[in-house]
Design a protein around this ligand. Structure first.
Ligand SMILES: [Zn+2]
Length: 484
């Protein structure tokens, strides 16, 4: 079949195929065609995949014809020609022993070339930079996650559930997702990694929010839990992959990420705005560790050292002190009937030094702020109401896809008063902008969205950058350093 010859040509060009005769056998079996002799064929990869999926649907190899089911079958097609999960782990380890960069390059290219990382869909995302008072913030409207098709929901409902619970993954992060047809994971490859003397698994994220966006998940399905050991995991990772940053979401609702029931980290090769934040106060050096308070809307303390043991010791002291810190005047209460305080830790190696950014978080709610006192307040939730997790805390906004259309409609509203139902939540904001008469294009609106995102981050900061807040965090840091 001509399409299969094209696919094999692509597989050979991208070095996905290592065993030609086996790939031909597997593909002809999947597509229920006779085995064939390979000859190279020119291809346009996006068209080729569409054609293969159309063929598959027409010949009842999958149904219904939804984006989700097409993704599942596409993953299965690539699975026929790529390294098996076992071979991938072997190849990764072999390369890792030569040079960790070669190993991650192999896994990253593989994940991209078999479309596990959906580069084409990711390229649709709208990106811009907003110059805030804290430095340039990275803004993204996320258009790459397809909406759920009602046909997929109906199919999921009609499936017997018991089997899945017994043998399948307990959540979307579990290692059992590797090489699984549902959720289009037949082309997912994960590799083992030892952090803190425990087994973890490393993989790339299909959502690619930033360069080489990767996830490190615990072998066991267990809740997110930050502890002293967290710093060991993070720093162990940096010793394996010194060119990547790594961070963890907070481990409690509102200030944590969207997945709290499976312990994991996120890493990658990317410079986030927080890394270049200015310094508000430098506390000098203590036991070979430099201590700084960053000029960043979320309260952040940076520790920097070449001495891993001293660095970890001080990080643990800050962590413990924060867990029990209360300041009624600033509405910071560590504990009610539940624990409210935790951190969002970020680690990287910068110019030969370990750098640990400790972002102080609190998830308490009040009558005035039922969604969270240190969470985007009501008046900015029309732009962002989701949790401010690790990625946002570092200054990269991931905004909902609905905004693309809403901002286009907003422009029409500002310019010629054209109403639309979807603009209801934006009205107070738009009426203010209308008065200012500075909005000419959608790009002007993007700048305004950047301003709102800055507010979102400021709302999430526990010590505000005003006199009261700065004095309080100064005292907090000095107390931990035993200088007060
Ligand atoms: Zn899990």
């Amino acid at each position: 079949m001509n399409l299969l010859n094209q696919l094999i040509s692509y597989g050979i060009d991208k070095k996905i195929i290592t065993n030609l005769s086996e790939s031909i056998l597997k593909l002809s079996s999947l597509f229920k065609v006779e085995s064939f002799d390979f000859h190279a064929e020119p291809y346009v990869i996006d068209d080729l995949l569409e054609n293969l999926l159309d063929y598959g649907f027409k010949h009842h190899l999958f149904s219904p014809d939804t984006i989700m089911e097409r993704d599942c079958f596409e993953a299965l097609i690539f699975d026929q020609i790529m390294h098996t999960p076992e071979e991938t782990k072997q190849q990764f380890n072999k390369l890792f022993n030569q040079d960790p960069n070669l190993a991650v390059h192999y896994l990253y290219e593989l994940s991209k070339n078999v479309n596990y990382i959906k580069t084409k869909r990711l390229n649709q995302n709208i990106k811009w930079v907003y110059d805030s008072v804290y430095g340039p913030l990275q803004m993204t409207i996320n258009l790459s996650k397809p909406e759920k098709d009602p046909k997929d929901i109906a199919k999921a409902l009609s499936k017997p559930k018991d089997l899945e619970v017994k043998h399948g993954p307990k959540c979307v992060l579990c290692k059992e997702n590797e090489h699984r047809y549902e959720n289009a994971r037949m082309n997912l490859r994960i590799v083992p990694m030892t952090l803190g003397n425990e087994l973890w698994h490393f993989q790339y994220s299909p959502y690619g929010y930033y360069n080489e966006h990767s996830i490190i998940l615990s072998d066991e399905h267990r809740n997110m839990k930050l502890s002293h050991q967290t710093f060991d995991y993070l720093l162990d990772f940096l010793e394996l992959m010194p060119e990547y940053f790594i961070g963890s979401n907070a481990d409690i609702p509102i200030v944590g990420g969207s997945i709290l029931n499976h312990d994991h980290f996120q890493a990658g090769r990317h410079t986030f705005p927080i890394q270049d934040a200015k310094i508000i106060k430098n506390y000098g050096m203590q036991n070979q560790v430099e201590i700084k308070h960053l000029d960043w809307p979320l309260s952040t303390i940076r520790l920097k050292s070449k001495n891993r043991i001293e660095l970890t010791r001080l990080a643990c002291e800050f962590f413990d002190a924060w867990k029990s810190y209360t300041n009624l005047e600033l509405d910071i209460i560590a504990k009610t009937d539940q624990i409210h305080q935790t951190i969002t830790p970020i680690a990287r190696i910068h110019k030969g030094f370990y750098e640990l950014d400790i972002v102080l978080r609190n998830n308490r709610t009040s009558k005035q702020y039922p969604d969270g006192i240190f969470h985007p307040h009501q008046d900015v939730q029309h732009i962002k109401k989701e949790n401010i997790g690790l990625i946002e805390a570092m200054g990269l906004a991931i905004l909902p896809g609905r905004l693309k259309e809403e901002l286009e409609l907003s422009l029409q509203y500002i310019q010629n008063g054209k109403e639309d139902q979807s603009l209801e939540q934006h009205k107070p904001w738009l009426d203010e902008l209308k008065k200012k008469m500075t909005i000419q294009t959608v790009n002007d609106l993007y700048i305004e969205v950047g301003k709102v995102f800055t507010r979102v981050l400021e709302d999430s900061g526990v010590f505000k950058l005003n006199d009261k807040g700065m004095n309080a965090i100064d005292s907090f840091i000095l107390e931990v350093l035993h200088q007060k």
